[in-house]
Design a binder for this molecule. Structure first.
Ligand SMILES: [Zn+2]
Length: 434
C-alpha cells in the first residue's frame, strides 16, 4: 500500500465510521475546517484526558487553566503577534492566484508566469469585533495560541496556589490561524485545539528542564501505543529559532505525507514575562522566598496539537490483515484512546432472553467502562465493524449463556475468544486492558 492510498483509506474510514467529517459539508464544505463525529469526539476527548492526566494529575508541580479565547488586544502587541505573526504573500500578475513567497520556486505553479506583485506581509490572526461598534476600538483577535492566556495569568496562579519555582501551568483549548494553505486533512487547519504547558523555572534550571520535558513528551506518545519507529525528535537549527528562544525541539510523526511536527518543546527564556511586564506595567518578576532576589523566570514550553496527535493516533492504529482470504481492517488503538472499550452483542437478536441478558450486561458494565450494545447485523459483520473502530473487546451472549451464565469475550488484536463467567466479567475485562 503506498502512502497516498493509506491516507485516502484513513480519510474514507473517518467519514464512513463517523470519526471526522468535512465542516458544513452539505454547503460544499469550508476549506481548513473539520468536524469530529460520534467516534471522533470520543477519541479526541480521550487524547485530551490522557494528556491532562499525564501533565497535570501526575505532576505535583503543574496546575491547569482554562483561559478565554478573546483577550485584550494589547496581549498580542506584547507577544509580538500583531507585528510579526505574518506570512509573506505575492500574487501572480497573470492568473491572480495568491501564494506564500517561501513556497514559490520562481514560477507560478498554476500558469507558469514569472511575474509577481511586490511581496507583502499578511497577518495570520483572525480578527473580529466585540460589542455593538464595528470600529478600530472594538477589534479583538481569536487567539492564535493558548500560551498567552497562561502568561497573563502567571501572577494570578502564583498568588492563588502559593506556588514556588519551578512550576507549570497547563491548558487545552482552541486557537485560530488564518492559514493561507490549509491541508493534509486535519493536520493544518484554521481552527485547531492546542495542548500547551508553560513551565516556569530559574534560568539556571532551564537547560535541564528543557531536556526533561522533551523526553517526557516523547514518551507520552509511546506510552499510548504509538510505534517508536514512527516518531523522532528534531532539534531546530539556529536559523529556525525565534530571536528570544534558547532552543526548540520538535516531536515529529511519520505521517503518510511525510515527517511532520506533532509538538514543539521550546526554551522561551524570560521573553514572555518581560514583555507582558513592560506592556502592562505590572511587575511579573518572581521573588525568591529565601533570598528575596527578584528575577523573571525562564519558561519551557511543550506545545502540542490535539488534532495532530489525534490524526497521528488514527494513522498509527490503522492495520490491514489477511484473515481467511479476507482483509480485516482493525484500528489498534491503545485501550485508553479507543472510543469504545466493549461492545455487547446478542448472537440472536430475535431471542428475547439473549437480548435482555445482553442489555443487562451492557447496563452493568457502562458504569465503569465505555461500552455499546449492537444488534444491527449478524455476528461476523458486527465483529468486523467493531474491529474497524478499534473496540477493545466484544462480549457475545448466546443460548448457552442463558443456562451457564457465561459469555464469549473476543480480543480485538488477537481475535482470541475466552468463555468468561458473568460474575467475573468486569474484573476480567479490566485485567485484560493492555
Ligand atoms: Zn499564475
Amino acid at each position: 500500500m503506498n502512502n497516498s492510498d493509506l491516507m485516502d483509506k484513513i480519510v474514507a474510514l473517518c467519514k464512513r465510521r463517523g470519526f471526522i467529517f468535512q465542516s458544513s459539508e452539505i454547503y460544499g464544505g469550508l476549506n481548513g475546517a473539520w468536524d469530529y463525529g460520534p467516534l471522533g469526539a470520543e477519541l479526541k476527548r480521550n487524547v485530551k484526558t490522557a494528556w491532562w492526566q499525564a501533565v497535570v494529575h501526575f505532576h505535583d508541580d503543574v496546575v491547569g487553566l482554562d483561559a478565554s479565547i478573546l483577550m485584550h488586544p494589547t496581549t498580542w502587541k506584547a507577544s509580538g503577534h500583531t507585528d510579526n505573526f505574518t506570512d509573506v504573500l505575492v500574487d501572480c500578475k497573470k492568473c491572480k492566484r495568491r501564494f506564500r513567497q517561501d513556497h514559490l520556486k520562481g514560477k507560478c505553479p498554476d500558469c507558469g508566469s514569472t511575474e509577481f506583485t511586490e511581496p507583502r506581509a499578511f497577518n495570520l490572526m483572525l480578527k473580529t469585533n466585540v460589542g455593538a461598534m464595528e470600529d478600530s476600538s472594538s477589534v479583538v483577535y481569536l487567539r492564535p495560541e493558548t500560551a498567552q492566556g497562561i502568561f497573563v495569568n502567571f501572577a494570578n496562579v502564583e498568588d492563588a496556589t502559593h506556588r514556588k519555582l519551578p512550576f507549570g501551568i497547563a491548558q487545552i483549548g482552541k486557537s485560530f490561524r488564518n492559514e493561507i494553505t490549509p491541508g493534509n486533512f486535519t493536520f493544518r487547519t484554521r481552527e485547531f485545539e492546542q495542548m500547551e504547558i508553560e513551565y516556569f523555572c530559574r534560568p539556571s534550571e532551564a537547560p535541564d528542564k528543557y531536556k526533561e520535558w522533551i523526553q517526557a513528551r516523547f514518551n507520552w506518545y509511546i506510552d499510548l501505543g504509538m510505534r517508536k519507529e514512527n516518531l523522532q525528535l528534531r532539534e531546530h537549527g539556529k536559523e529556525e529559532l525565534a530571536h528570544y528562544a534558547a532552543g526548540c525541539t520538535d516531536v515529529e510523526y511519520k505521517f503518510p505525507f511525510g515527517w511532520s511536527e506533532l509538538e514543539g518543546i521550546a526554551n522561551r527564556t524570560d521573553y514572555d514575562l518581560r514583555q507582558h511586564s513592560q506592556f502592562s506595567g505590572k511587575d511579573l518578576q518572581y521573588q525568591d522566598p529565601v533570598t528575596n532576589e527578584k528575577f523573571y523566570p525562564y519558561v519551557i514550553e511543550p506545545s502540542g496539537g490535539c488534532d495532530r496527535a489525534t490524526l497521528a493516533f488514527l494513522v498509527d492504529a490503522y492495520h490491514e490483515e489477511q484473515v481467511n482470504d479476507q482483509t480485516r481492517v482493525v484500528m489498534k488503538f491503545h485501550h485508553k484512546l479507543a472510543p469504545i472499550k466493549v461492545a455487547v452483542l446478542p448472537l440472536l437478536k430475535k431471542n428475547e432472553g439473549i437480548v435482555a441478558l445482553a442489555k443487562k450486561i451492557k447496563g452493568d458494565l457502562q458504569k465503569d467502562i465505555v461500552c455499546v450494545y449492537d444488534d444491527t447485523a449478524a455476528i461476523g459483520k458486527l465483529y468486523r465493524r467493531q474491529d474497524e473502530v478499534g473496540t477493545f473487546f466484544c462480549v457475545t451472549v448466546d443460548v448457552q449463556s442463558l443456562e451457564d451464565q457465561q459469555v464469549t469475550v473476543r480480543h480485538r488484536d488477537t481475535m482470541k475468544q475466552d468463555r468468561v463467567s458473568l460474575d467475573g466479567l468486569k474484573q476480567y475485562l479490566q485485567d485484560n486492558f493492555s
